[in-house]
Ligand binder design. Structure first.
Ligand code: GDP
Ligand code: MG
Length: 390
């Protein structure tokens, strides 16, 4: 069996050493387990990417531990981290929080840890960097302060490793990849190997399928297709069709057939692209953007709160700010619906990220953690992640 693959990334305040640490990890792991060592310059010259119309500067590097393959994201600037986390450009299975041991946690450290929690990063490990220049007593205070920060966001008990990324790089560059200067990097990767669990397709959760398409199979009936988000559904199961048109009660139907790649299947499983044959449903009674779920497992919602990033004019977004009452289109996966935004306090400017309330014109199956984009006509003006629903 191949090594398990995980997506990870560095987060933390500017100039605390995120890129230096990223380079150090690739160098030490390349020396130990093969793969490519990356210099700081290579990481910092990463090309920009576009996600939901937003420009994000992020470097993807790869390395292997004894047991795993990691894809690691490092961003050059604070705004890129914010955009990356809100758009979910890299869905991190775990994050490395980097803190400069000579300075302690700073504003962006706190902001990134909060964002990580909000967007559903379940696990973090901490690297307290620059031990070569940090006062040892101050270092202990920094560790205590970091523990408080972790606990405040539900990350208590996360491993904290102290070291110097810069010295680790120097060691490898001198051909000494296994001396004391790289011990902290090896310890950090070991903490990732053990503290970040293997990602799992969620087979145990209640079945959920966002409908992407609807069509008719002659002589059999109406089929809805899409990728199973989670859970397992056997043929013959009773499901609900939720969202958009169900102002009253969701429609309850029986799935009489399941197909994948044109073959009949006994069940539909998380991660699979499937077609579900729905008993007694006419083609015009279901639409793209609804979801198929286990009765009672998910409710349609109209209102909630979200963390929003507002695109700048340069990114193709608005030139002007907006305030409460703004009504763009919300695109949730396969669903689009008009909604109203309530900006707490004052106005939201292009380039800002802010927590807002929203109210949709139709109830849809939204849940905390779901991503969406905001559009006006054909223009993407924002990206968000749902924090709460009511
Ligand atoms: P980033 O903005 O968080 O990606 O930070 P960088 O990796 O670009 O590092 C910022 C500065 O901190 C650079 O001048 C690095 O050389 C320096 N730096 C990084 N790690 C260490 C370290 O372990 N010790 C010392 N003394 N300096 C470091
Ligand atoms: Mg950097």
């Amino acid at each position: 069996m191949g090594k398990m693959h995980l997506n990870v990334g560095t987060i933390g305040h500017v100039d605390h050493g995120k890129t230096t640490l990223t380079s150090a990890i690739t160098k030490v792991m390349a020396a130990l387990h093969g793969g490519r060592a990356r210099s700081l310059e290579q990481i910092d010259s990463a090309p920009e990417e576009r996600m939901r119309g937003i420009t994000i500067n992020l470097a993807h590097v790869e390395y292997e531990s004894m047991t795993r393959h990691y894809a690691h994201i490092d961003c050059p600037g604070h705004a890129d981290y914010v955009k990356n986390m809100i758009t979910g450009a890299s869905q991190m299975d775990g994050a490395i929080v980097l803190v400069d041991g000579s300075q302690g946690a700073q504003e962006q450290t706190r902001e990134h840890v909060l964002l990580a929690r909000q967007v559903g990063v379940k696990h973090v490990v901490v690297f307290v960097n620059k031990t070569d220049i940090a006062d040892p007593e101050l270092l202990e205070l920094v560790v205590l302060e970091v523990q408080d920060l972790l606990a405040a966001h539900g990350y208590e008990g996360s491993p904290i490793i102290k070291g110097s990324a810069l010295q680790a790089i120097q060691a490898v560059d001198e051909g000494q990849h296994d001396d004391a200067r790289t011990a902290a990097i090896r310890e950090l990767v070991h903490a990732m190997d053990t503290h970040f669990p293997d990602p799992q397709r969620d087979f145990a959760a209640p079945f959920l399928l966002p409908i992407e398409d609807v069509f008719t199979i002659e002589g059999r009936g109406t089929v809805v297709t899409g990728r199973v988000d989670r859970g397992i559904l056997p043929v013959g199961a009773t499901v609900e069709i939720i969202g958009l048109t169900d102002e009253g009660k969701p429609r309850v139907v029986v799935v009489t057939g399941i197909q994948s790649f044109h073959k009949d299947r006994p069940e539909a499983r998380a991660g699979e692209n499937v077609g579900l044959l729905l008993r007694g449903v006419k083609r015009d009674e279901v639409v793209r953007g609804q979801v198929v779920s286990i009765p009672g497992s998910i409710r349609p919602h109209i209102e909630g709160e979200a963390e929003l990033y507002i695109l700048t004019a340069k990114e193709g977004g608005r030139h002007t700010p907006f305030g409460t009452g703004y009504m763009p289109q919300f695109f949730f996966g396969t669903t689009d619906v008009t909604g109203m935004i309530d900006v707490p306090g004052d106005i939201a400017q292009p380039g800002d990220h802010t927590r807002v309330s929203f109210r949709l014109q139709h109830a849809i199956a939204v849940e905390p953690g779901m991503r969406f984009s905001l559009r006006e006509g054909k223009k993407t003006v924002g990206a968000g992640v749902v924090l709460t629903v009511r």
